[in-house]
Every structure is written in C-alpha cells, then in structure tokens.
Design a protein around this ligand. Structure first.
Ligand code: SAM
Length: 242
C-alpha cells in the first residue's frame, strides 16, 4: 500500500484548497437525498480516516467503512470504534448484509490500477447494495490527470514540515510523487518520498460498464457544477442498482 508517512499530512492537504469538506459532504448528502429515499445505511469504500463518514453519520446515516491502509484504519477506529471499520479490498469485499448506498469518495477508485480492478470494484458495490440502492463514486478524469502531470507542483507547509506533490506519467499509469521534508530534532530536514499510482478511464467507458453490471438511472455531476464532458476535472457517478 502506497500511503505510509503521507497519511499524516493527507487530510490537511486534501481539504486545504477552495473547496471545503463541508461542500463535499453537502454534495454527497444532496445526491443521497435526491436519488434515494429509503433507509440510510452507507458502506464507504476506501473510508480513509473516516473524515467523510464522520460528517455523514451526523445526518443520522448508519455508516460502515472498509480500507486497505492499516494506518488509516487505526485512525478511523479511534473515531468510530472497531466494529464499523474493516481492512478489506474494495475489489473483493462481500458483505453479509446489503446497504442502501455504497460510497467511494475522493477519486479512490482511481487508486485501482487496472480496468479489471475497476470492474471488480463496481461488481462488488453492486453485490453489496439493496435493489434500488445507490453506488456513488467520483473520479479524476484522464484530462485532469494529464493536466496535473503537465503543470503541477505544489508545496504545502504543514506544522514544521513541507510536502511537495507532483505527478508523472508512467506508461498508462499516473503516479503521484510525494516528497516530504520532515524537520528532525537537530533542526535540519529528512526527505521521504512516496509514490501513489492512479488510473482513470473515459467517462463513456465507465458508464457502459455500470450499465453492463446492471446499474441504471445513471447521473453524472461535475464537482465544480459545470457541464460534464471529457474535459471535466472531477466527476461524480450516481448509479442505481437494478
Ligand atoms: C484518496 S484516499 C481516500 C479518501 C477518502 N475516501 C476521502 O474521501 O477523503 C484513497 C484511499 O483508497 C484506499 N485504497 C486503495 N486501494 C484500495 C482497495 N483496493 N481497497 C480498499 N481501499 C483502497 C487507500 O488506502 C486510501 O485510504
């Protein structure tokens, strides 16, 4: 698993910019309210430190989560208690119960680095939903990853450390290069580097796959509230299990 030391900085960086955690949660909440009016049990794939789930459960949702990162789940368990969070792979997870919603937020599906894994994740979500339940996930588009690869290097000062994020393309994979300059006891800096591979696909291909797996009533939403097309940066998919 590629998230190790970076785990400590991730929440600070991801919710740093102009879009707050509140905006993101409000958007997910709107999707659930608009497209589903049943009971509200949510299974979050790639639940991370429980940051989204924590907000959603304030709205009376019953939330469960799985993630592959042990260090993240330790954080999540501190917040949510052991029984609600499991270490599991979202491409194979088969729950004993069915949920109203499977959520996979913040381009977590892009962490799956082959089309076969994406297909497996969609099938797993389908299996874990009640009929009529919603699979909600978002992607960074290929367009966005290509842009980041060309133009992007960002520095974040967090506590006494500095984190630099860049992306490079390695054949068909996009790879975050995370350089962390960590202040040590003598006042100088140690540098740690982690690489996080990601992958994306054309919106149409994802759409067709969802329909093939027996999802219907597909809605696409641009995170920035614009038109959805291949030049969108971040796109949410909301699909209903038949
Ligand atoms: C972008 S972070 C998660 C962000 C979180 N969902 C949020 O909204 O802030 C991506 C997460 O995907 C998890 N992950 C990657 N591959 C996974 C897999 N096959 N199954 C479950 N979790 C996975 C990583 O451990 C990491 O916690």
């Amino acid at each position: 698993m590629s998230y190790k030391k970076f785990t400590e900085y991730y929440d600070e960086i991801v919710r740093w910019g102009e879009y707050s955690l509140d905006d993101e949660v409000a958007m997910i909440w709107e999707f659930i309210e608009e497209f589903w009016n049943g009971e509200n049990s949510i299974l979050e794939y790639a639940c991370w430190s429980w940051v989204i789930a924590w907000e959603l459960q304030k709205k009376w949702y019953e939330v469960y989560g799985i993630d592959m990162s042990i260090s993240m789940l330790e954080k999540a368990r501190k917040n949510m208690g052991e029984k609600n969070c499991k270490i599991w792979d979202m491409t194979t997870y088969q729950s004993e119960r069915k949920y109203d919603c499977v959520l996979c937020n913040y381009n977590s599906i892009c962490h799956l680095t082959s089309w076969e894994e994406w297909q497996a994740c969609m099938r797993s979500a389908h299996n874990n939903l009640k009929p009529g339940g919603l699979f909600i996930f978002d992607i960074n588009t290929v367009w966005e990853f290509e842009n980041i690869t060309r133009d992007f290097a960002q520095f974040y000062n967090i506590w006494e450390d500095t984190v630099c994020l860049e992306m490079q393309k390695n054949k068909w994979l996009f790879e975050w290069i995370v350089k962390m300059f960590i202040k040590n006891e003598s006042g100088s800096y140690d540098c740690k580097i982690e690489k996080i591979p990601e992958l994306s696909f054309e919106i149409n291909a994802i759409q067709w796959e969802l329909e093939k797996i027996w999802f219907r009533n597909l809605h696409l939403e641009d995170f920035h509230k614009g038109k959805v097309d291949e030049e969108s940066e971040r796109v949410y998919f909301i699909a209903e299990k038949i």
